[in-house]
Design a protein around this ligand. Structure first.
Ligand code: MG
Length: 253
C-alpha cells in the first residue's frame, strides 16, 4: 500500500466518523474519503458454473439481440456492440437499461473483463449493474488488481465490500446471481424498510442479505431513502472499459 492510500483511508474514516458524530451533511467531501482499503479482501478460487435460464425466467439478453429488452438512457436503441454472443460496452455510448421494471427478483448475469489488461484499480474493467437503476453491484477486474475494499467486484459500491474476492482472470466469463428485495415505503412516501440483497459471485457468497443504505453515491454518504421509488430497471454501466455481458435472465419474485 502506498503512503497516499494510507493517508486517504485514514482521512476517509476520520472524516466519515466526524460527519456521523456531528450529524453534519455539509462537510466538503472527496471521493477518496469514502474509500476503505484495508484489510485486503481474501482471494478465493471459484469452481466452474453453468446456469441456463429456468422455464419461468424472463430472458433479458440471449446473446443475439439487445433491442427487444434494452434501451439507452434516453430511450433510443442501445449503442453497445453485440457480437459473438455478448454485448460489450462501447465507450461513450452510455448506460443501457431494461425496458421492463422490477421490484423483487432473482437475477442471473454473466460478465467478462477485457482480455487486454489496461489500467489499474478502478480503471481496469470497470462497469456495474444497477439494481432498480439505483444500487450499483460493482463489476471490476479485481484479478491481481488492488482497489479499495468497498469498490471492488462484488461490492455494493461504497457500501458493502464483498466477503471474498472470487474474481476470475481477464477475458474469462464470470457470474453474478442476485436475490433482491426492493425497499418498501409507506403510503405517505416515507421510508419503511431498506432493500436487501444476497449475491453469489461465481457460485460463492459475497453479499449475505445486506441492507442497502440508500442509492449509490460516488461522492459522500448515501442519502437514506429520502426519495421513495417504485419498480426500476436493471441498468448496466458504461465506465469507458469494454466489459461484456451475456446470458442475462431474471425471475420476478
Ligand atoms: Mg462501476
Amino acid at each position: 500500500m502506498t503512503m497516499k492510500r494510507v493517508l486517504f483511508s485514514a482521512a476517509g474514516i476520520l472524516a466519515v466518523s466526524a460527519i456521523f458524530a456531528q450529524g453534519r451533511t455539509d462537510f466538503p467531501m472527496k471521493p477518496e474519503m469514502t474509500e476503505i482499503w484495508d484489510p485486503e479482501i481474501t482471494v478465493v478460487t471459484p469452481g466452474t458454473t453453468v446456469a441456463d435460464a429456468p422455464s419461468d425466467a424472463i430472458v433479458l439478453f440471449d446473446g443475439k439481440n439487445l433491442n427487444s429488452e434494452w434501451t439507452s438512457e434516453n430511450g433510443t436503441e442501445p449503442g453497445w456492440k453485440v457480437a459473438d454472443g455478448a454485448a460489450t460496452v462501447v465507450k461513450g455510448a452510455g448506460i443501457i437499461k431494461t425496458k421492463r421494471v422490477f421490484n423483487d427478483f432473482q437475477l442471473h448475469i454473466e460478465w467478462r473483463s477485457p482480455s487486454e489488461v489496461v489500467g489499474e484499480s478502478q480503471g481496469r474493467g470497470n462497469s456495474g449493474i444497477f439494481l432498480q437503476g439505483l444500487y450499483e453491484l460493482q463489476v471490476l477486474d479485481n484479478f491481481n488488481n488492488r482497489t479499495y475494499r468497498n469498490g471492488q467486484a462484488g461490492s455494493f459500491y461504497k457500501q458493502y465490500p464483498p466477503l471474498v474476492n472470487v474474481c476470475k482472470g481477464p477475458g474469462v466469463w464470470q457470474v453474478y446471481d442476485v436475490i433482491y428485495t426492493a425497499p418498501r415505503f409507506k403510503a405517505d412516501g416515507t421510508f419503511f424498510t431498506p432493500p436487501t440483497v444476497t449475491v453469489l459471485h461465481n457460485g460463492v457468497l459475497v453479499q449475505n442479505h445486506v441492507a442497502l443504505r440508500g442509492p449509490t453515491q460516488y461522492i459522500g454518504i448515501p442519502e437514506y431513502f429520502v426519495k421513495p421509488h417504485g419498480a426500476g430497471p436493471i441498468s448496466l454501466q458504461d465506465h469507458g472499459n469494454p466489459v461484456s455481458y451475456r446470458n442475462i435472465w431474471i425471475r420476478e419474485l
